[in-house]
Design a protein around this ligand. Structure first.
Ligand code: NAD
Length: 491
């Protein structure tokens, strides 16, 4: 399998490759992909830069027509693509189908937005003069993403970037390269001109070359906070626009008046869906002391029944960990957790039956977790839930806020006052009331504060701020020189 540059499938100039394997059955090799370097990136960027001159001039609604067709093709290829995605990164088919639905929603949303890339007009302070402003594309966008949403997350960036008239070079995660190639096929089949969208496979080397390339004007990144900060500092030196979607340590609060069954369903899905490998996963559970013991027993009972296995099996509820590195990281955090708190469920790898051929970790719950514990503070990115006890709403919110991250949050309560206090006081980009920490919709802003982001929001109308610049225009039809701030001064 190859890079996609200027409409052609090509090998890396390096001749090097990397293997993509199925994390549920590591003997299943999906393919060899190009391990690209700066020369491959330069080819792709040059193709994208060449095409920018014409793509940006195509009327935006015509660009929207192509995106709408892409949405149709994502829909037609949903089942095939869901299986490809599950095979390469492990999450269940129910979830990979949902991943594609997000791309479909984003495609249609971006398509309609091409008729609504509104600017502003405002009165001039001078006579016979008109002021207006509108969005302009920026140029070549470098898109770098993680593996846990192989289609949805790239779609949040790539489709709005194209809608605005930019061209794109995409460096997907080396854990989900096959899905990226299908993404390219779909855009090609939707009628996107060659060179407007390019895929360069590889690791940090290719990603870093994309960030450095002088013709790349914007970087859209999703991944870990460590990588994101390094990219941001590089972009700072280069004076390059960068949008960062990074890690999370999301808390679900359950108050003593909550619907406990609803809260249970929420935390099971939030903590163990996608095997906990979501930026918005519930990794901290904050229980009011009034329901703490009862809820914990409901939770351990339900979590112990979750079915682990190959995500392509319809019966599977929790799939594998994506790769050996992540497996090792999760197991080392479990070891740390055992020295800090009480492990009441899981706490080990699952090698039973066919699972011995993959990277499986049992759903794991720690109780008596304190804010100073590493398992309370650090992103584990696996099926590991840290439970803390709160004595009041204020205490619960303070615990939720005791984090360097600020992506998602949730509170279960029937008390409207408590819900509104949480909406106001929880430090996070997203707050759910009586719903889990996961469940973003394509037409709403998505992103986080503190260590999670750098002030931008993908999704909704806000993503268009990332992929456009504002042009302000003054039209003076007075026929003589007018000097703002001088001719109209009061003196
Ligand atoms: P990662 O940071 O290791 O890699 C992300 C991407 O960056 C990959 O494509 C990688 O090849 C590339 N990369 C690595 N080093 C680079 C460098 N120096 N320069 C340029 N590119 C580089 O993250 P990961 O392990 O793939 O993904 C897991 C992380 O992603 C978690 O922290 C998770 O919270 C985060 N994530 C965040 C969101 C969000 O929207 N906030 C969504 C999904 C995942």
């Amino acid at each position: 399998m190859k890079n996609y540059i200027d409409g052609l499938w090509c090998e890396s100039r390096t001749g090097r490759t990397f293997q993509n394997i199925n994390p549920a059955r590591t003997a299943d090799v999906i393919g060899e992909f190009p391990l690209s370097d700066a020369a491959d990136v330069a080819d792709a960027v040059q193709a994208a830069a060449n095409q920018y001159t014409t793509w940006r001039l195509l009327p935006a609604p015509k660009r929207g027509d192509i995106l709408r067709r892409a949405g149709d093709i994502f829909s037609e290829r949903r089942e095939e693509l869901a299986r490809i995605m599950t095979r390469e990164m492990g999450k269940t088919l129910v979830e990979t189908r949902g991943d594609i639905q997000e791309a479909i929603d984003t495609a249609y949303y971006a398509a309609t937005e091409t008729r609504r890339l509104f600017g502003y007009t405002a009165p001039s302070e001078l006579p016979n003069k008109m002021n207006l402003s509108f969005r302009t594309p920026i140029g070549v966008c470098g898109i770098i993403t993680a593996w846990n949403f192989p289609i949805a997350v790239p779609s949040w960036k790539i489709l709005p970037a194209l809608a605005c008239g930019n061209t794109v070079v995409f460096k997907p995660s080396d854990d989900s390269p096959h899905s990226a190639n299908i993404f390219a096929e779909i855009l090609r089949d939707a009628g996107l001109p060659e060179g407007v969208f390019n895929v360069v496979h590889g690791t940090a080397e290719a990603g870093s070359a994309l960030v450095s390339h002088p013709l790349v004007k914007v970087i859209g990144f999703t991944g870990s906070t460590t990588t994101g900060k390094a990219i941001a500092s590089h972009c700072g030196e280069l004076n390059k626009k960068v949008s960062l979607e990074m890690g999370g340590k999301n808390a679900q609060i359950v108050m003593d008046d909550a619907d406990l069954q609803l809260a249970l369903n929420g935390v099971l899905w939030g903590a163990f869906g996608t095997t906990g490998q979501r930026c918005t996963a519930t990794s901290r559970l904050i229980l009011h002391e009034g329901i703490h013991d009862r809820f914990l027993s409901m939770l351990t009972d339900a979590a112990s029944k979750l079915v682990l296995g190959d995500g392509t099996m319809e019966s599977t509820q929790v799939g594998p960990i994506v790769n050996q590195r992540q497996l090792d990281k999760i197991l080392s955090y479990i070891d740390i957790g055992k020295t800090e708190a009480d492990c009441i469920l899981g706490g080990e790898r699952d090698v039973s039956g066919e699972k011995q051929g993959g990277y499986f970790v049992k759903p794991t719950i720690f109780t008596n977790v304190k804010p100073e514990h590493r398992i309370f503070q650090e992103e584990i990115f696996g099926p590991v839930l840290s439970v803390a006890k709160a004595v009041s709403l204020e205490h619960a919110i303070a615990l939720a806020n005791d984090s360097s991250y600020g992506l998602s949050s949730s509170i279960y309560t029937r008390n409207v006052d408590a819900a509104f206090r949480a909406i106001r006081d929880v430090e996070a980009g997203i707050t759910y009331i009586n719903a889990p920490t996961i469940g973003a919709e394509a037409h709403m802003p998505f992103g986080g504060i503190k260590g999670t982001g750098n002030g931008h929001r993908e999704g909704g109308w806000t993503v268009f701020d990332i992929f456009t610049e504002w042009k302000t225009v003054y039209v003076d039809y007075s026929g003589h020189l007018q000097r703002a701030q001088i001719d109209n001064s009061s003196e």
